[in-house]
Write a protein that binds this ligand. Sequence first.
Ligand code: ACM
Ligand code: ZN
Length: 448
Amino acid sequence: GILLTSAGAPAGDEAYAVEVAPAGVTLRAGTPAGFLHAGTTLRQMLPPAIESATPSAGPWTVPGVRIEDRPRYPWRGFLLDCGRHFMSVALVKRVVDVLAFYKFTRFHWHLTEDQGWRIEIARFPQLTAVGAWRGVAGGKESAARHGGFYTKADIRDVVAYAQARGIAVVPEIELPGHCKAALASYPDLSCTGGPFAVETEWGVHADIYCAGNDRTFAVLEGVLEEVAELFPAPWVHLGADEVPKDRWKACPKCRTRIKAERLKDEAALQTWFVRRMAEYLERKGKRAICWDEILEGGAPQGVIVQAWRASEKAVSAAARAGHDVIHSPYSYTYLSYGIAGYWMNLEWVHKFEPTIEGDPPEKESPIGPEAERRLLGGEACLWTEGVEEPGVFPQILPRLLAVAENLWSPRAGKAWPDFSARAEAQRARLTAAGLAAGPSVYVDPPRP
Ligand code: ACM
Ligand code: ZN
């Protein structure tokens, strides 16, 4: 039999122990998260065939073990960009399954982009009626019109599904940039008045929310109110990355705002904009997360900074400014990059170390003890300009396992041959689960 008990449970929010002896299996934990991890570890010791949709009845044998385990960081996340390409609820749930199996704790759901607005907002129906649909992008997509969005029922379904598996869903509503789909829906929120089409080109786009227009804030507060109601987790990601300031420089309303608020420049205006939104979220009991560009105008107090630009030493900078940090250096954790040569293959991603930053390999430096105390953990990211639904798992597997390993396990004892063997052994399990994994190393395409 299997005994679940809090007696003799190891200390720590997510700590657990598993004992397999002739007399039976004992799972010890002091928290629901600990029991989930103990159960997952037991499942990982069963034969891969149990992952199939129709496993045989057994009996299964498990090796005799005594395991006591706890994670290095609490924030072990994965971002899925559903803005560039819409991903079905079924696909999203499969992603959550994989995250749960590798003991991730956060699903970062990137829901709004220049190329699509993906979340139903009752007060502003144009956001999805117009903003969820676009023409083909990049010229090589599977449909002439692309799009889709999540209804409130879809979102509640995904949130509950993830919660049952120990994963908090962190929604991202991008502002003040990456919002062309919203501007196509409500052009009066822009500096120029439009008109706009939902964007079909990738990249960074000039049109952003007008910071001088009070209606911008009324609409965004309405959006965030509905978002805060839908997602029980205490965090909302506000984006704030890649915001060109050209429109603000030329806009009379934005100039007036800068004067009235006695702001130094457009970077300060961005901080003012985000602070307003972060304070609104605070009144709803939520903390804002922003990408590291928010440091350029000074990040509002209490905001969590997600550091992605490795060369900016963003983790250290954010920690010095008193912010908690999530580390997502693009050069290790952006799984949207393919495997080319050595860079971004499985072995490279396994080199990701959350306490090191810089552009690899020559500029790497430790973040220091103060920043280490501020480090909540890290996230892998899948941006989907080049990926549609069938491509998601071959793109992220098996490399996601290396990110999971680096966020869970202590740095001491980290060894590539050991990890490599364990990661390759997962292939049978992924196959049994019907998940297509990609290669671990670069393979030259066949010559014609
Ligand atoms: C980002 O990659 N723009 C966060
Ligand atoms: Zn403006």
